[in-house]
Design a protein around this ligand. Structure first.
Ligand code: ABU
Length: 382
């Protein structure tokens, strides 16, 4: 039983970098291959590759990922961080609602995609894919524990979209690259604008300012919902775009704040010029990550994420960052920026779509709400 012990509420995180006290680390137990559906066309990597598998992941793949997730949990525990884990869930069960069916679910490796802590509030995202409709379930037991333990903790569940066929732009996956390039400024992806849709991993926290990436997994209606829900609570919600990313999904391989005044950026995905201004006007430095050690072709065959999982680091404090063990060029950059760098092997988790930031959900940091952008030109919710 968790107990509220005073000054800091049991749920408390206002940014991505303050000193971490409690965190959920994902689990690969029961994981399945992500099914093909209107919001997702998983592909096996490699020329002439076999069709993407279906159903439960092989036991060896699950064991390897779980070993590395346990390694991350052990490292965090050694740093004095309380580590919690999701509840078991049968992901092999199909999902059936009045609007759709999916042959199986996915996994609980990446709590970041579903759950976010915004100050003392836990927010469950709508999610954007059918196989992930019930992905909040492995975290509900924990949510109840936190919510029961401290009356300062609030809990918001975003409205579930239908995920019916009409919610998706079915031809998106067939657009040739030239068309994608021509349409890149429209920010139109596989979800339409008719329903509220967002994954939590498209958000990034900077005190009272929250960035939300418009993407394949977060639409403009989702951003409007976040603005109207969070701005009366004192947050400022900023939509952001990375126009050279033709398949954007989740901001944490693209724009990664490391401490006040410093963001690690993706050199292949610059932020839209007008959105960069908020950072330059307030004296923030945007520093490009080095090229990852792996190319996109070298990524594990069933991994649907890009080589930029390299920059999906987890901050333990404003001075200390956990980085994947083989990403030496990034480690060198972080050292040169004054960080203490801790490393863990994490390659076997990549095929589940994430690295260190994706595979965690920070519950409590020694954190207060600050204004890091006093010179912001700000548009309220519409
Ligand atoms: N889940 C994060 C994946 C982002 C990327 O592939 O760049």
């Amino acid at each position: 039983m968790i107990e509220s012990s005073g000054a800091i509420p049991v749920v408390n995180a206002w940014n991505e970098w303050d000193t971490l006290q409690e965190v959920v680390v994902g689990s690969a137990t029961g994981a399945c291959f992500e099914p093909t559906e209107p919001g997702n066309r998983p592909q096996t990597r490699g020329a002439g590759a076999a069709p993407f598998p279906t159903g439960p992941k092989p036991a060896e793949a699950v064991d390897r990922a779980n070993e590395q997730l346990a390694g991350l949990a052990a490292l965090l525990t050694a740093q004095g961080v309380t580590v919690r884990r999701p509840s078991p869930h049968d992901f092999s069960q199909p999902v059936r609602t009045p609007a759709f069916e999916a042959e199986n679910q996915y996994c609980a490796v990446c709590p970041r995609d579903v759950m976010i802590t915004l100050g003392n509030e836990i927010l469950e995202a709508t999610m954007s894919r059918r196989a992930r409709y019930f992905e909040y379930e492995p975290y509900r037991k924990l949510v109840y524990e936190y919510w029961d333990a401290d009356p300062r903790v609030t809990w918001t569940v975003a409205p579930k979209p239908t995920m019916a066929d009409a919610m998706y732009r079915q031809d998106f996956w067939e657009w040739p690259l030239e068309e994608r390039h021509a349409r890149m400024h429209d920010s139109e992806f596989c979800v339409t604008q008719d329903e509220v849709v967002f994954d939590a991993a498209d958000m990034s926290r900077f005190g009272r300012d929250i960035l939300v990436q418009e993407s394949m997994t977060t639409n403009r209606a989702g951003i409007r919902w976040l603005k109207r829900t969070l701005e009366p609570k004192g947050f400022r919600v900023h939509p952001v775009h990375f126009p050279l990313d033709y398949f954007p999904s989740h901001i944490d391989c693209t724009f990664v704040p490391l401490r006040p005044g410093l963001v690690l950026t993706n050199p292949e995905r610059p932020i839209r010029e007008t959105e960069r201004q908020m950072f330059t006007d307030n004296g923030w430095r945007l520093v490009d990550a080095p090229q990852p050690v792996l190319t996109n072709d070298d990524m594990p065959p069933y991994c649907q994420s890009s080589k930029w999982l390299s920059m999906n680091v987890l901050s333990v404090s404003p001075e200390k960052v956990i980085c994947e063990e083989q990403e030496k060029p990034l480690q060198d950059l972080l050292y040169s920026l004054g960080f203490e760098v801790l490393t863990v092997p994490f390659r076997d988790v990549f095929e589940y779509g994430g690295s260190l930031h994706c595979a965690t959900w920070d519950i409590r940091r020694d954190s207060t709400r600050e204004d890091y952008f006093p010179a912001v030109s700000y548009r309220p919710a519409t």
